[in-house]
Design a protein around this ligand. Structure first.
Ligand code: ADP
Ligand code: MG
Length: 309
């Protein structure tokens, strides 16, 4: 690979961005690529499972110290030689997290860190449920060429993805990044692929893959490792390898068609009705879930693939 491939992975907080990003990075490093992962989330734990579960000093921490910054203080080598960077965040209650990301990425540019290491692939793991210019930086400034979103079938997660689509659409006119696919990920309930597929069809985007909820992921995390490192022979590790391969060979880049606020609400309500009808047809107790909360639908795991009328 000659040119660095910049990939940004967005999604709502806690949806599995860092888990997915780190496993993709680990899988790509196994394939021989030189990978850098840049965590752009004030949580600063993006690269923990690439580094034995440990937090690394962040770019903003180092900047705040006021001392001269050595590259080795902000670029930390992790699993299989993966270069790990955490932009960090502001001190709680002070300053703006998005602004911190801009400052950190500017420092990486200033210090010519990307040129120094010339990675084949850079993965930006970006908190994406904040509508803020700083978090949009990897899209806006043409930093990333390809953008993915990690999403479950929960409404708030799809809502965050829809907001991301709005941001991509806005900046696409001025050379911003383009979208390349949804990565469906399940953290609590079994994922309802059909809801994500329908959302994708409505917003004119593609799906890069689905990652099921897995105990192997949780166990690996407790050991401070990615699934690729902790359970290399597991089905879940193979799944991450396939996803990584798909991402690296994915040439899709396009502008999504985000739904307007009312359209999104109407779409979500249509699913509420379908899910309720489906559960009633399945002979399940027709308890009335809270109308605004799609999260508590009662689908059985094996019904996720069944076509709901
Ligand atoms: P984010 O980076 O979006 O804030 P994380 O990657 O930190 O989210 O994931 C949040 C939690 O969900 C973590 O404890 C992680 O281990 C867990 N998790 C994420 N994806 C899966 C999965 N496919 N199966 C099981 N647990 C998962
Ligand atoms: Mg994270």
């Amino acid at each position: 690979m000659t040119k660095t491939r910049n990939i940004a992975i967005y999604g709502k907080g806690g949806i599995g961005k860092s888990t997915t990003s780190s496993n993709i990075s680990a899988a790509l490093s196994e394939k021989g690529y030189k990978v850098m992962q840049i965590g752009c989330d004030p949580k600063s734990d993006s690269t923990n499972t690439l580094r034995g579960g440990r937090f690394v000093p962040t770019v903003l921490d180092k900047l705040r110290s006021g001392k001269k910054i050595e590259t080795s203080e902000i670029v930390h080598v992790g699993f299989n030689g993966i270069l790990c960077v955490e932009t960090g965040g502001p001190e709680p209650g002070v300053g703006c997290a998005g602004r911190g990301i801009i400052t950190a990425i500017e420092l990486l540019k200033q210090k010519k860190i990307l040129e120094e290491f010339s990675p084949d692939i850079i993965i930006y793991d970006v908190l994406g449920d904040v509508v803020c210019g700083g978090f949009a930086m990897p899209i806006r400034e043409g930093v990333a060429e390809q953008v993915y979103t990690v999403s479950s079938s929960d409404f708030m997660s799809l809502y965050a993805s829809n907001n991301l689509f709005k941001g991509i659409k806005k900046y696409s006119k001025s050379g911003g990044a383009l979208f390349s696919g949804i990565i469906g990920n399940s953290i609590n309930l079994p994922i309802n692929e059909e809801i994500i597929q329908d959302f994708a069809a409505n917003t004119k985007v593609t799906i890069a893959g689905f990652v099921p909820r897995s105990l192997t992921v949780a166990k690996a995390e407790l050991q401070g490792k990615t699934t690729i490192e902790a359970a290399p022979d597991s089905d879940q590790a193979e799944l991450y390898r396939n996803l990584a391969q798909k991402i690296i060979s994915n040439e899709n880049r396009y502008v999504p068609a985000p739904l307007g606020t009312d359209e999104l609400k109407a779409w979500a309500e249509s699913w509420y009705d379908r899910l309720l009808e489906h559960n009633n047809n399945q002979g399940q107790q027709a308890t009335e879930p809270v109308k605004s909360d799609l999260k508590y639908y009662e689908l059985k795991p094996d019904s996720a693939k069944a076509r709901v009328k």
